[in-house]
Design a binder for this molecule. Structure first.
Ligand SMILES: Nc1ncnc2c1ncn2[C@@H]1O[C@H](COP(=O)(O)OP(=O)(O)OP(=O)(O)O)[C@@H](O)[C@H]1O
Length: 669
């Protein structure tokens, strides 16, 4: 725990100037990235040494157990105040202070909720305070682990942001842990989606704030817009001395100090593909007739001849022949069609709306509106819209009222946002394939923390069938078998449409079930609470694929725990691992099985065309066919992972370039 902390600056209500300055960004040319990747891997190996250090620290804390257990509640509180004063008096965290604080927080938690932190959770928390990613297996209790690190930092006077992927988890974790923090004399705030500015500022003013990455980053961006050109280091320093209360009252955050990012791979890696954009309404951007005409033209174009659909990168490329055709078709149309860039832009958005953005996958229709479904979290994003007229084009396709157009006010990337924390840390169950990226982009080494109890989850070998119909037959048969034995079953799908399909098959087979998806998100907590009960069948999208804690009902452990059946592979093997991790938590029994087919959407991105694979598989014999199918899907997934990594690197590069250019002209956000 060596790096100095800006404790003093962190305690005031004003935004810390340091919090608005980025830590030196790592270079991003290819050689540097490759070298840094190797260094990252090397560092990851070295961090297993750190794990030993954290284990020693945990042992020191646990050794105090009986002495602390003998304290009365009043004495315990006095000891907490004492350690807080000791932590505040220093600019660095000392191991001895951390161990003492851990022991006190553990005892307080034990008295309040009966949950005493395990040694491995202390190791994880020590890694967080050390500015690392603690890799702790799914179900190991990262929610409780975070309380140790957040508690120590908050007792030291640092405002802490506990960041997670969705509002349900942020609210659940804050409410679960609130009694513990309150007993430690700390305040807890939660940022909720519909909160207004003053409420948000109040939540951020608490010592510990639970929030989602989206809320946090957008609030930061809005603050930056409010601060405008005044956001330079020196100006902020001066302002923090003289600024009138009114201007500061516009701000939501009080700077960025210490962040603990839960589900770090999702937040820092998967989400980092999408830039954050703040926009303002600009009235109607396109006339309905223009949109209609663009759709008409798009419908008359021929795929592969006039345009190419790049499904992997989710974009449309108009060919030379397509350009000529479009120009010919709109010759007689109004002035909106005269400029080549505008008309091709319009047609290409129409083609995207028609062929790349699908209802119940990328969006749903709710109360006559197009509502985007977040691909990473499976949740709806009611206040977000696609840019450059695409949203209106999709609205036109669906025949709903057109929303107003928007123009960009500010933009930034998650990479650049999170690098602004002087102290950043994270927790996740899965880092497969992204250890190097954590290091190259965020300078975050990964430390693997051992599990508290041995993992008992069984992973059955994947089954690959020729098509969807065969797959669903196999899935319903397997579910019926398990259901007959009373096992609770969780069926993991990729999209709203797939969950509806699963539901249809189950209904036809007479199997009672519950669906949890963006379209059916009624009582999420109750659905999750029921999913581990005897005989329950729950169909979910990746809305419940991460973070959800499914508690087993009475008698379920004896019949093998929760069975997770994955019916489609996700874009990254980490996300599949997360789904598997809904079962076999805390050393419980559980089972994971994938029943897939060659119709899996991932095979759109495969090098071997689906038709060829379908003809080849029956010729190979059962065992070889299964081997071939499994590897085909895994390779397609690996390809998508590489593609997404490239997209993130490109986005970061363009973001840095934009920043360099704007450094001369003004500010970039
Ligand atoms: N020290 C502890 N004592 C008793 N129960 C614990 C302890 N730590 C965690 N648990 C229980 O373990 C379960 C899993 O915890 P939690 O959901 O925080 O795991 P997680 O690591 O965040 O999982 P995921 O990776 O899926 O997000 C919860 O029911 C929690 O109450």
């Amino acid at each position: 725990m060596s790096e100095p902390l800006a404790l003093a600056a962190a305690t005031d209500r004003l935004p810390s100037p340091r919090a608005y300055t980025e830590r030196k960004p790592p270079k991003h040319d290819r050689i540097d990235q490759a070298v840094a990747g190797l260094v990252g891997r090397g560092r990851a190996l070295l961090t297993s040494w750190s794990a030993r250090r954290y284990a020693r620290l945990a042992d020191t804390a646990l050794a105090q157990d009986s002495a602390i257990a003998a304290l009365s509640d009043l004495e315990l509180r006095a000891r907490v105040r004492e350690i807080s004063a000791r932590l505040r008096a220093r600019t660095t965290f000392r191991n001895a202070d951390i161990a003492d604080a851990f022991a006190l927080i553990r005892e307080t938690s034990g008295r309040i909720s009966g949950q005493r932190h395990y040694g491995v959770q202390m190791m994880g928390a020590a890694a967080l305070l050390d500015g690392r990613i603690a890799q702790m297996a799914t179900g190991e209790g990262k929610t409780l682990t975070a309380t140790l690190a957040a508690g120590v930092a908050a007792l030291a006077g640092l405002p802490v942001h506990v960041v997670t992927v969705n509002g349900y988890l942020a609210e659940r974790d804050a409410e679960l842990m609130r009694p513990l923090y309150t007993a430690l004399g700390l305040t807890v705030g939660v940022i909720k989606e519909k909160q207004e500015q003053p409420e948000r500022a109040q939540a951020y003013a608490c010592t510990i704030t639970y929030c989602t990455n989206k809320d946090l980053a957008f609030d930061y961006l809005r603050d930056r817009v409010a601060l405008g050109q005044r956001a330079s280091d020196i100006r902020l320093k001066l302002e923090s001395l003289h600024a009138p209360a009114s201007r500061l009252a516009q701000l939501r955050l009080r700077g960025l100090h210490f962040a603990i990012v839960d589900e770090a791979d999702s937040v820092l890696i998967d989400e980092a593909r999408t830039p954050l954009i703040i926009s303002a309404q600009i009235g109607s951007q396109f006339e309905p007739e223009t949109l209609a005409r663009a759709m008409e033209v798009a419908r008359s174009l021929a795929n592969a001849e006039d345009y190419i659909l790049d499904t992997s990168e989710h974009r449309v490329l108009i060919t030379e022949a397509g350009r000529k055709r479009i120009a010919g078709l709109v010759l007689e149309d109004g002035p909106a069609w005269r400029g080549r860039v505008t008309r091709e832009g319009l047609v290409s958005q129409a083609l995207s709306a028609l062929h790349l953005f699908h209802r119940d996958e990328h969006y749903i229709l709710r109360e006559g509106k197009v509502v985007i479904v977040d691909a990473n979290t499976g949740r709806v994003m009611p206040d977000r819209s696609w840019s450059d007229g695409l949203h209106q084009m999709v609205e036109h396709k669906e025949g709903v009222a057109l929303s107003s157009g928007r123009s960009t006010i500010a933009r930034m990337t998650y990479q650049r946002f999170f690098r602004r924390y002087p102290r950043l840390s994270g927790m996740t169950g899965t880092t497969r394939g992204v250890v190097a990226e954590f290091w190259t982009v965020y300078r975050l080494p990964v430390v693997r923390i051992p599990t508290h109890r041995p993992v008992k989850r069984r992973h059955l070998v994947d089954q690959v069938l020729l098509d969807e119909t065969e797959k669903w037959q196999q899935v319903t048969q397997r579910i019926a078998e398990l259901h007959h034995r009373g096992c609770p079953i969780l069926v993991g799908t990729r999209s709203v449409a797939a969950s509806a399909r699963a539901s249809d098959f189950l209904t036809r087979a007479g199997l009672p079930h519950t669906v949890l998806s963006a379209a059916q998100d009624g009582d999420e907590a109750a659905t999750v609470a029921g999913a581990g009960q005897r005989g329950r069948i729950t169909v979910v999208t990746n809305m419940a694929g991460r973070g959800t804690d499914i508690k087993l009902g009475p008698g379920v452990e004896e019949i093998g725990g929760l069975h997770v059946i994955m019916v489609e592979r996700q874009d990254a093997c980490r996300i599949d691992d997360q789904l598997a991790g809904r079962s076999g938590r805390q050393g419980e029994p559980g089972c994971f099985q994938a029943i897939l087919s060659l119709d899996d959407p991932l095979l759109d991105k495969s090098l071997v065309p689906r038709g060829v694979a379908r003809r080849l598989m029956p010729l190979l014999g059962e065992a070889r066919a299964q081997f071939f199918g499994r590897h085909l899907l895994r390779f397609a997934q690996a390809r998508t992972e590489r593609l997404h990594a490239r997209m993130r690197a490109d986005l970061l590069r363009s973001d840095q370039m934009q920043e360099r250019i704007l450094a001369f002209a003004g500010h970039s956000e």
